[in-house]
Design a protein around this ligand. Sequence first.
Ligand code: SAM
Length: 277
Amino acid sequence: MAYDSAHISRSFSANSNGYSPQMIEKSALKWIVLATTAMEGGNESLAGAINPPTSILGQPAISMEGNMKPHETNLLLQAKYNITAYFYDILDYPWERVYRQWRPSLEGDLRGKVLEVGVGTGRNLQFYHQDIDLVAIDLSNQMLHRAKKRMTKSKCKVRLVNEDATTMQSINSNEYDWVFSTFMCCVMPDEIQQLAIKQFSRVLKQDGRFRVLEIVFSKNSQIKKRQERLASFVEKVYGARFDRNTLSYFEQSPHLKITNTSYLKDDTYLLIEGVHV
Ligand SMILES: C[S@@+](CC[C@H](N)C(=O)[O-])C[C@H]1O[C@@H](n2cnc3c(N)ncnc32)[C@H](O)[C@@H]1O
């Protein structure tokens, strides 16, 4: 997730095909902002007009498992990610260079039946231990489409499911040893986040564990200023906000006990860990 413009320009440089990543990123951004603005304004004809051409799609959307009936407030987020998916990995690349240093240790001790919620383009898939039986869900078919390509790098058994975290209709209760999620709650509107956390609680076994990584506003005024400068872009493109109340929703959950909170960098990347009691 992008929120440090200085970092973007340092990390990108021109490549050999004549199109610098900055140029690609700029046009991708323009396209995403235009598309999401059209959808948010309810301008269906404009949103339709800027639907991705089939040459970008490459192949028809794959059919995923699950019987998704997204909550109404999820529909915009789903549409947003079905567009953002085309550029997600490019836009996120500078941050992913940091995240991928964290991902192996975030997942290293996970075993058994694992549910990854909001798998996105599958950035976590290659780091799961081979003994894991993984179900990975996402609201966006287009994000899953990219995750499917990353399945080849995975050492464990993976099942991708097009499913809404707030309902998890196709996911059995009391079945998972772990629920794992990176940067999903921060994109979920506050009013439905609690529904997802309730589902975490439902699908976890007794003593099952959860680990969730989110972004939050820093208390350091300089860092916060930088975050505020990027806040509208981050919300427009990813639906993410720095002021979600994720931690308090976990604290309020009657059967989820928080065992540890820590920051992976500054006081902005908040890791919440706990157990189903
Ligand atoms: C910021 S991306 C993070 C992707 C990935 N976890 C990562 O670390 O790169 C957020 C993902 O959450 C998904 N998402 C948002 N709301 C969801 C919901 N209600 N159910 C399932 N997935 C959801 C989005 O489609 C998107 O793929």
